[in-house]
Design a protein around this ligand. Structure first.
Ligand code: PLP
Length: 391
């Protein structure tokens, strides 16, 4: 038995995505910048993908810039906006304490280089209070970056409200929507009017390939390039495009657009069943995050008295893959920066598992977890107690 409940780390590519990528690698082998037949075929395939991705987020295709994934899109937005606005005296960056490392580590690096940075706090459910963002913005703020959905607890932020605040103060607004694109409807024409200027997404979070993503840049916003080179992507991102990846992302976008509402409803139903069953069967289990404003696939639960890493390994031995938080922090015993920022008590930050469901998850998968997990928690708690008694 193998059960995969780690879709926030990455999702399996859909077979149609894989087939389209193989087709590009075997047939449409040109460089999209070349003027000959092969180049034009590659360019046409890339244009179709751009249109499909634009349709998924209700944007104009020409406002989409392909990148190597969410991390590059976040860097391009943050570093590109600060560098573009510094000459007008706007050097200040505002972001939140629960951002993905792609934004938070970038913020810390910028701060070390002398850029003023303000990190706004979040409440116990992981929601950013727009009033805190308003208090942080100054006349020198270049950019506000607040993620749409958090990767560890799934909390969804009031993006339109925060974006409007930023715009009224003359600051640009970026959102990292890597965990929401393909899971929640996103309408960039409306968001662009409300104040959103930049949005990052990543194909491997919605059944596309790894290493491919995009930054949506609202028309009129001119970022400074963070990498220099040729005139690809209308001089916005140099380097020969990853055509197989982009074509795969286009197919994934099309598939996500077709089944997003049905898939979100089905996934939320499975997630809620999993969560409620675990809470009722296991004493000392607590859900982290905001149950009322969450992406439909994510549940983050702390199990009192159990080291999350031990539980993760015990589950893995049973063929069940989950996570202790962000993929990049697993393998270390560092408590999650997200749970810490939310004010979750320290013991509980080390006890939390993230279950993230996806399009292929079935009721049988969920039932298997509900059957196996209570026994494992019980066993680990007994082991911990007897180890403490020996000491
Ligand atoms: C919220 C968020 N932002 C950014 C990223 C980075 O995306 P990528 O893996 O495509 O670089 C991730 C990946 O886990 C994420 O969850």
């Amino acid at each position: 038995m193998r059960i995969y409940l780690d879709h926030n780390a990455t999702t399996p590519a859909h077979p149609m995505v894989r087939d389209a990528m193989v087709r590009v690698l075997t047939e449409d082998v040109g460089n999209p910048s070349s003027v000959h037949y092969y180049g034009q075929r590659a360019k046409a395939a890339m244009d179709d993908a751009r249109a499909a991705l634009a349709a998924l987020v209700d944007a104009d295709a020409s406002d989409i810039v392909f990148t190597s994934g969410g991390t590059e899109a976040d860097n391009m937005a943050v570093r590109g906006a600060l560098a573009a606005r510094a000459p007008q005296g706007r050097r200040h960056f505002v972001t939140s304490a629960i951002e993905h490392e792609a934004v938070l580590t970038t913020a810390r690096a910028l701060e070390r280089d002398g850029w003023p940075v303000t990190i706004v706090p979040v409440g116990l459910t992981g929601v950013v209070d727009p009033a805190d963002v308003a208090a942080a913005i100054t006349s020198e703020t270049a950019l506000v970056s607040i993620m749409h959905a958090n990767n560890e607890v799934g909390t969804v932020q009031p993006i339109a409200e925060i974006a409007a605040l930023a715009r009224s103060a003359g600051a640009w607004f970026h959102t990292d929507a890597v965990q929401s694109v393909g899971k929640l409807p996103i309408q960039l024409r409306a968001w662009g009017a409300a104040g959103v200027d930049l949005l990052s997404l990543s194909a491997h979070k919605f059944n596309g390939p790894q290493g491919t993503g995009a930054l949506w840049v609202r028309r009129g916003i001119k970022l400074s390039p963070i990498v220099t080179g040729g005139r690809h992507e209308r001089s916005r991102r140099p380097g020969t495009e990853n055509v197989p990846g982009i074509v795969g992302m286009g197919v994934a976008a099309q598939l996500a657009a077709q089944d997003m509402v049905a898939s979100a409803t089905a996934t939320a139903h499975l997630r809620d069943h999993l969560e409620q069953s675990l809470l009722s069967k296991i004493d000392g289990a607590v859900v982290n995050g905001n149950p009322l404003a969450r992406i439909p696939n994510t549940s983050n639960i702390s199990f009192d008295g159990v080291e999350a890493e031990s539980l993760l390994i015990a589950l893995d031995l049973e063929g069940i893959a989950v996570s202790t938080g962000a993929a990049c922090s697993s393998g270390t015993l560092e408590p999650s920066h997200v749970l810490r920022a939310m004010g979750v008590p320290q013991a509980r930050t080390r006890n939390s598992l993230r279950f993230s469901l996806g399009r292929g998850t079935t009721m049988n998968d969920v039932e298997a977890v509900i059957t196996v997990l209570p026994g494992l928690v019980d066993k680990l708690r007994r082991l911990t107690r007897s180890a403490a008694a020996v000491r």
